[in-house]
Design a protein around this ligand. Structure first.
Ligand code: CP3
Length: 343
């Protein structure tokens, strides 16, 4: 069996100390990230600059010795590679040219054309493959189709999934064609990431929680299952982490329904609930609340121990329930890691 702790946990092994990494571990809370980003220009220039993107991916590994490195990129690069313009408004987040009509969906580039735009991302992975310490696992990722569609339809993020719900109801055929297009392109994108060196794939479905009932099955479960089946056909031993954020009850059985090896859990459910309802069928990842990286102290230590304790009896990868925020203190990240590793 592999010596890398993350791969062991993903294979279903219960380890005495959970391996650890952190969503958005390369980010604005780190002074060295801010310096490299300033050197690159803006956020998108950083994503497409393979040398600098590899550098920021490595920064949290050097500083903290996390067990995994996650490729530095963004889930919105894939839709951008299909044609719509993408930019980031300072202090507000992403903006995209919208795709809402049958004609606009039909005008998207063919899925195979994504590599013309995304080849620098593969180069980032090749650099990381060479430069990462031998014990560190390299994670590639993409957005899940529903979440990517919400941004393509609304042209922005935050609480803006209404547009996607509207299109799903009012023009089902166009909506489904868009989901299929994203699904197909995502399979090609993630396959290229694996070829370039990604050892694990994570699918981010950040807005899965706004899908209920049959919609959850049709648009959170099914496209994810299709992507996982296609990847497993090409790479049978590739471990895949799915993150249907705020799925609630939808977390139960999600791994079995999609073929994921691990389900990442957000903070809307307790670690004890997730241990009893989700970890029963395999590895889970999560789920310390990100605010502890801002607030620190005894609360951080107590809650970190509670997460470790809740998941101790099964395969577990320690992580936050969502990304670390720019106002976090790196000293609190170190305290969390020490607490996980020293008990
Ligand atoms: O986790 C990592 O460190 C890997 C890199 C990564 C980024 N974004 C870098 C990033 C990953 C895996 C993502 C995923 C992503 N991007 C998601 C899914 C996860 C989640 O947060 O729910 C989503 C929804 C996006 C889209 C996106 N990108 C938004 C909404 C924003 C703005 C919010 C913010 O924090 O400013 C981004 C920008 C972004 N992506 C930043 C980083 C480090 C901040 C950009 C900066 O440096 O100014």
């Amino acid at each position: 069996m592999s010596q890398k702790t993350i791969l062991r946990a993903l294979a279903g092994e219960t380890l005495p100390t959970p391996p650890i990494w952190m969503m958005r571990q390369a980010g604005r809370y780190l002074p060295e990230y801010r310096a490299t980003r300033a050197q690159a220009g803006d956020f998108l220039s950083l994503c497409y600059n393979s040398e600098l993107a590899a550098e920021v991916t490595l920064q949290p590994i050097r500083r903290f010795g996390f067990d995994a490195a996650i490729l530095f990129a963004d889930i919105l690069l894939l839709p951008q590679a299909l044609g719509p313009k993408l930019w980031f408004e300072t202090g507000e987040g992403p903006r995209m040219e919208t795709t809402t009509t049958a004609a606009e969906v039909a005008a998207l580039r063919p899925a195979e054309a994504i590599h013309d735009t995304l080849h620098p991302i593969y180069e980032t992975l090749r650099i990381l493959k060479r430069e990462l310490p031998s014990e560190t696992t390299l994670i590639g990722f993409a957005g899940a189709p529903w979440t990517v569609a919400t941004y393509m339809i609304a042209g922005r993020g935050k609480e803006e999934q209404a547009g996607a719900h509207r299109l799903k109801t009012e023009d089902r055929a166009t909506f489904e064609t868009l989901i299929d297009k994203i699904t197909e392109a995502t399979i090609l994108y993630l396959s290229a990431q694996v070829e370039a060196g990604a050892e694990v794939i994570k699918l981010f479905d950040s807005w899965a929680g706004s899908l209920k009932g049959q919609d959850f099955t049709d648009f959170a479960v099914k496209p994810t299952a299709r992507i996982i089946a296609a990847l497993k056909e090409r790479y049978p031993s590739l471990p895949i982490i799915a993150f249907p954020r705020e799925a609630g009850d939808g977390y139960i059985g999600f791994a079995a329904a999609t073929g994921a090896d691990c389900v990442a859990i957000d903070n809307s459910v307790s670690p004890d609930w997730a241990a009893a309802n989700v970890q029963t069928t395999g590895c889970v990842q999560g789920n310390l609340a990100p605010h502890h990286m801002v607030t620190g102290g005894e609360d951080l230590i107590r809650e970190t121990r509670a997460v470790v304790e809740a998941f101790r009896k099964g395969p577990h990868i320690f992580n936050l329930g969502h990304g670390i925020t720019p106002d976090a203190d790196p000293a609190n990240v170190q305290l969390m890691i020490d607490t996980v590793r020293q008990g």
